[in-house]
Write a protein that binds this ligand. Structure first.
Ligand SMILES: NC(=O)c1ccc[n+]([C@@H]2O[C@H](COP(=O)([O-])OP(=O)(O)OC[C@H]3O[C@@H](n4cnc5c(N)ncnc54)[C@H](O)[C@@H]3O)[C@@H](O)[C@H]2O)c1
Length: 331
């Protein structure tokens, strides 16, 4: 049976997408260099250890598993790191993705789903942000994703690869079955950081309390990682039914402030989150919220696990069962 190649499939979102694909009856093969992922996150699926820059290895994998579509999650994604190491980010996220597309073109694989990001929009001119909002990234990370989005129409014309670019807002939460969760080192996302803080880690830093928002902290759109995964399956189905290439936002369309997230973590866990207010981070807008009507209309997708409490509960359940992450004993 033909398979879907999931690059970055040992990472946070890729592992959830692979699980959603298998649940939908698809064969998968995960391709990851484990630079940030975890072998255990493969959950027993076929796994190839490799770098996306390695075109011969990718081609061999596409042939061996009779791959008919690629979901491409492999990337580096820390905005601050991208500012310090733009060459590394362009190498992995741009040159690496071009290598994946090159291997696909050579092996006649014609369906591609890209992990993109709301960082392509840059400083919002209006909120919520729809797909027509100007794309003017303000950091190297956002630029690398936009560079690939802009290459895709050319790639389609030349090699016939159709693509859906999914611009995620803040992925959060964990597999409701408790098999998968978020395990980054260092952790850069708010909910797992808050959980680290209550679990004896460093106090949570709240970056800025003087924003023009109701409680002074930033508002962000958190989308459950399993809802993201379902949207990938729907996007691929649409491509395979000969749907046109497209770009969609993926968010809940309802933002929460940093303090609302902290309160929710405290409610769910019954513990106080040790915290410190720190200065604003440069380039952090007050509000980031998705307009999500386009993806709902086109793919029939709806967030199922969108409320903040569910997001936090699933994250907490996983972290409590895996205090050291995937490699930490009980994982
Ligand atoms: N987490 C978010 O909130 C968020 C938001 C917007 C977009 N995204 C995008 O979603 C994708 C997945 O993010 P994530 O949070 O799951 O990150 P992650 O770090 O958990 O997963 C990325 C995976 O890719 C692998 N990888 C990285 N470089 C590779 C290479 N050169 N060759 C092979 N494998 C490589 C890593 O080992 C890791 O397993 C990324 O493309 C990211 O830009 C994430």
């Amino acid at each position: 049976m033909a398979a879907v190649l999931v690059t970055g499939g040992a990472g946070y979102i890729g592992s959830h997408a692979a699980k959603a694909l298998r649940r939908a009856g698809r064969e998968v093969v995960l391709y990851d260099d484990l630079s940030a992922g975890h072998r255990k996150a493969a959950l027993g699926a076929p796994f190839v250890l490799g770098d996306i820059a390695d075109v011969p290895r990718l081609r061999e994998t596409l042939r061996r598993y009779r791959v008919e579509a690629v979901m491409h999650f492999a990337a580096r994604l820390d905005v601050g790191e991208s500012v310090r190491d733009p060459i590394g980010y362009y190498r992995n996220n741009v040159a690496g993705t071009l290598a994946v597309l090159e291997a696909m073109a050579a092996e006649s694989v014609a369906a591609f789903v890209l992990s993109s990001t709301c960082a392509v929009y840059g400083e919002p001119e209006r909120t919520p942000i729809d797909e027509e909002h100007p794309a003017r990234p303000i950091n190297a990370y956002g630029e690398t994703k936009l560079a690939i989005e802009r290459a895709l129409p050319h790639v389609e014309r030349a090699y016939g690869i159709r693509a859906v670019s999914l611009r995620y807002f803040n992925a959060a939460g964990a597999d409701p079955d408790g098999e998968l969760g978020e395990d980054h080192d260092p952790e850069i996302h708010l909910i797992p950081r808050a959980i680290e803080a209550i679990s004896g880690g460093a106090p949570l830093q709240v970056f800025g309390s003087d924003y023009p928002t109701p409680d002074g902290t930033c508002l962000r759109d958190y989308i459950h990682v399993s809802d993201l995964a379902d949207a990938h399956v729907a996007a691929l189905d649409a491509l395979e039914r000969h749907g046109a290439s497209a770009t969609y936002n993926l968010g809940n369309g309802r933002p929460y402030s940093v303090l609302e997230v902290i309160s929710s973590v405290e409610e769910v866990t019954g513990r106080t989150v040790p915290r410190q207010v720190a200065a604003r981070r440069p380039g952090d807008p007050a509000v980031l919220c998705a307009a999500n009507a386009k993806v709902k209309a086109a793919l029939g997708w709806q967030p199922r696990l969108g409320d903040l409490r569910t997001i936090v509960e699933t994250a907490w359940r996983w972290h409590r069962a895996h205090p050291g992450g995937f490699e930490g004993g009980s994982g």
